[in-house]
Design a binder for this molecule. Structure first.
Ligand SMILES: NC(=O)c1ccc[n+]([C@@H]2O[C@H](COP(=O)([O-])OP(=O)(O)OC[C@H]3O[C@@H](n4cnc5c(N)ncnc54)[C@H](O)[C@@H]3O)[C@@H](O)[C@H]2O)c1
Length: 356
């Protein structure tokens, strides 16, 4: 004889405490959770790169939604899962509409969905332009640290492109102990230049701020060069500009011509990710037919498998991994929960009994 479970058992709601909840976390809350935590976030990003390098992550290729009638705009989906002590799944959905800037709005906007790895239920939706800029800047500061350990620490930084990402990278460098004698700025837009210089002059001990009218001047006078433009194709082509062997944080990925990469040591965050979507490393691979120009990943440097040279330019081109957004997003979620500030949406999950 087969005993059927009672209908009451089949349709019972989950026991109290295990009901899924859903929170919405605003940009103001994100900023509050991250303010002044540069060092913790850089450590978290390092941990996440190490987990990813050890294979404790799933990070499929990003999906680029493009529009034939709006070629400069795009929205990118980055699904990912990260293990270790972070342990969360999710999706970042980030738009880039460069025309926003002239209308007074930031170029990028984003949301991040965190999913519970035990049930798959979405836990939260977070405003994520701040999380994205934060993880990008933390990764840049981490790379600046590791890639300069074999040389004299740079004191002359140059920002090539002076938008929101440049500002975040500067504040993460300073927030993790960097001090600069001089800060160079080069941007095609006078407004961006003025805005960024205004921000720099208000920051504590900014050093000498110099606007460079030419790209060559900026690069030749900087030992640490940060590319944060929105250029879609390479516009810096002369390897001779890098003869003084700077460390280059090539955050915007498409500024440097293949010959500049081929004359340098090259590090990426993830090889398969970065050699896609017409990034400069992707163009270098197409130009040479191989990946011999790559020296490794940042994780290879952190684990001692590769040592950045001091007698060549060193270029870091990070594609930007969804696992970093998840790690920073989960940090923000945990901080908001700990402070009792989670805005839960009542009745968000409404169909929780299988048979009604
Ligand atoms: N690799 C990553 O993980 C990652 C993450 C986030 C953003 N990014 C990239 O960072 C870049 C900057 O983002 P943002 O939000 O600061 O953009 P933004 O629009 O705020 O600023 C970009 C600035 O670059 C300037 N610029 C454009 N072309 C230039 C050129 N040829 N020479 C000099 N200046 C030039 C613009 O005038 C503008 O001021 C974007 O390309 C974005 O895709 C990369």
């Amino acid at each position: 004889m087969t005993t059927l479970p009672s209908p009451a058992t089949q349709s019972a709601p989950p026991p109290p405490g295990s009901m899924p909840t859903f929170a919405v976390i605003s940009g103001a809350q994100v900023q509050q959770a991250l303010a002044g935590r540069e060092r913790q976030i850089v450590d978290l990003v390092e941990t996440t790169y190490r987990l990813h390098g050890a294979g404790d992550s799933v990070n499929p290729p990003s999906y680029f939604l493009r529009f034939p009638d709006r070629p400069t705009d795009r929205i990118i989906a980055l699904p990912a899962s990260i293990g270790g002590s972070v342990r969360v799944d999710g999706l970042k959905w980030i738009s880039s509409f460069p025309g926003n800037v002239s209308a007074g709005l930031p170029r990028a906007s984003a949301v991040l969905i965190l999913n519970d790895p035990d049930t798959g239920y979405p836990l939260a939706c977070l405003e994520s332009s701040i999380i994205s800029a934060t993880r990008t800047a933390a990764s840049a500061a981490l790379a600046a640290d590791w890639l300069t350990r074999t040389r004299t620490r740079p004191t002359r930084v140059g920002f090539f492109g002076a938008g929101l990402i440049a500002r975040y990278i500067h504040s993460f460098l300073v927030g993790t102990g960097w001090a600069f004698d001089s800060i160079g700025v080069h941007d095609l837009s006078a407004d961006s230049t003025a805005g960024f210089c205004g921000y720099l002059r208000q920051s504590p001990s900014p050093g000498q701020v110099t606007v460079h009218d030419t790209a060559e001047d900026l690069i030749r006078s900087s030992d640490l060069v940060v590319f944060a433009t929105v250029a879609g194709t390479p516009h810096v082509t002369d390897p001779a500009w890098f003869r003084h062997h700077p460390v280059v944080l090539h955050i915007s990925l498409r500024d440097l011509a293949p010959q500049v990469l081929l004359a340098s040591a090259n590090y990426v965050d993830d090889v398969e990710h970065c050699l896609k979507a017409d990034t400069s490393p992707h163009l270098a691979e197409q130009a040479t037919g191989n990946r011999d120009f790559l020296d490794g990943t940042l994780n290879d440097v952190m684990t001692g498998r590769s040592t950045p040279p001091a007698d060549r330019p060193v270029i870091f081109s990070p594609f930007g991994l969804g696992v970093l957004d998840l790690a920073v997003g989960k940090y923000v979620y945990d901080e908001a929960a700990r402070a009792g500030h989670l805005h839960l949406i009542d009745d968000f999950f409404h169909e929780l009994r299988r048979y009604g």
